[in-house]
Design a protein around this ligand. Sequence first.
Ligand code: V07
Length: 247
Amino acid sequence: MTENNIDGQINNLRVPDHIAIIMDGNGRWAKRSGQPRIAGHKEGMNNVKRIATTASHLGVKVLSLYAFSTENWKRPSTEVSFLMKLPVDFFGVFMPDLIKENIKVVITGFKDDLPAKTQNVVNKAMEDTKDNTGMVLNFAFNYGGRAEIINATKILAEKAVAGEIKPQDIDEKAFSDELFTSVLGKYADPDLLIRTSGEERISNFLLWQMAYTEMVFDDAYWPDFTSDNLINDIRTFNDRDRRFGTV
Ligand code: V07
C-alpha cells in the first residue's frame, strides 16, 4: 500500500496496489440523455484515460479494467463491431499519454479469438509499452473468470498427461501460474474491486483472484465516475478492516 499526500490535498490515503474496476453504466448514461448506447461506450473510453491517469498519479501498481467479457459476443453485432474498434481508437488517441505516464499495457483474456486488426493493435500497444516501469494498465478483454479457470485446468491436465507435472503437485501457486493474471506477478490479486452504476455483482470477473478482495459499489455511471469518486471509494476501502479470515 502506498501512503499518499499529493500537495497536502489527499491526506492519509492508503492506496491499494491493485484496483480492479467493472466499468458499468455506459448504456444507461447514454439513454439518460437520449443518445445511442455507443455514445456511452465512447465517453466511457475517454474516461478510461482520465481514471488511469489519476490511478497512476496516486501510486496504484495495477489497474485492471473489465472491457469486454466472453459473454458480450451475444450483444447485437453492430455493437460488438463497435466495441472491437475501441482499442484501435483508444491507442490511436492515448498512446502518447500512456508513454508520458510510463504506463505499461497488458491484456488478459482470450486474445486469439479477437478480430485480427484488434489483435494487432493490442499486441503493438503491449510491445510499445513493455519497458515502461510505472503503473500496469490491465485490460481484461474477451475475459471470463470461469473460462479462465477451465483454461488453466486444461493446461495443467495436459502437463500431467505429458508427465511434466504430478497431480499431487497441483497447488494454488501452480494453478495461479496458469491464469492470465500470472503476468501481474505479486499483484495478481486485486485489493479493491469497484463496480460502477450501482449493480452489486461480480459478473464472472477475476473469480479466483477475488477470494479476499474488498468490494465497493459506486452509484455513478462509468462515464460520470471521476477522480473524486475513485478517491472516495479508496477511503471506503481504507475504513474497512481486512483480516484474511484471521481475527
Ligand atoms: C471499452 C469503454 C469503457 C467502458 C466499457 C465499455 C466500452 C477501452 C478499451 C480497451 C480495451 C483493450 C485495449 C485498450 C482499450 C475498451 C472495449 C470497450 C471492448 F487494449 N475502453 N473500452 N474496450 N469501453
